[in-house]
Design a protein around this ligand. Structure first.
Ligand code: SF4
Length: 165
């Protein structure tokens, strides 16, 4: 897996102070995408889990890690260990995805990696970026169709529980 970028701190990719990991590779190809270079899975640098982990835990001000892209859910297997280690340190996990929660839930029934990965995510910002639904400005989202979802509550109810409307 390659990564398209890494911010060691950010306040615009979820609540609080967050590290942000941008993975390379995205099948969605949304017109108007903010990060089109990340569509290519070979773009950027090789992902080295320990490098990213060390940069995150050495920053005492962080509230959590946000996964962005690219499409993080292409890499459930590769990202699972990092996410698990970060959570063990008391930080939370947000993830962006171009898929919908319902799609991920359905696919997770037959994919144990996806199921385990989804269970580690605290907040999911789901759905493709739709340029025709851009604005009015929605917190942490590019277009109005995207939802900010409480994943543990949604998994428990087996339906979407909105975290921030
Ligand atoms: S899902 Fe995100 S990264 Fe992928 S094309 Fe859409 S806006 Fe770009």
């Amino acid at each position: 897996m390659n990564i398209a970028g890494f911010y060691s701190d950010s306040i615009s990719n979820g609540e609080g102070w967050r590290a942000v990991l941008f993975v390379s590779g995205c099948p969605h190809h949304c017109p108007g995408c903010h990060n089109p270079e990340s569509w290519d899975k070979d773009y950027g640098e090789l992902y080295v889990e320990d490098d990213i982990y060390t940069q995150i835990i050495e920053n005492p001000f962080l509230d959590g890690l946000t996964l962005s892209g690219g499409e993080p859910f292409l890499y459930c297997k590769e990202l699972f260990s990092l996410v698990k280690r970060i959570k063990a340190k008391g930080l939370n996990i947000w993830s962006y995805t171009g898929f919908t929660f319902e799609e991920l839930l359905r696919w997770s029934e037959k994919n144990s990696y996806l199921q385990a990965f989804l269970q580690e995510i605290d907040i999911l910002v789901d759905g493709k970026f739709l340029i025709e639904k851009k604005g009015p400005k929605k917190l942490f989202r590019g277009s109005c169709n995207q939802r900010i979802i409480n994943v543990p509550a949604s998994l428990k109810k087996q339906e979407v529980v909105i975290y921030i409307a």
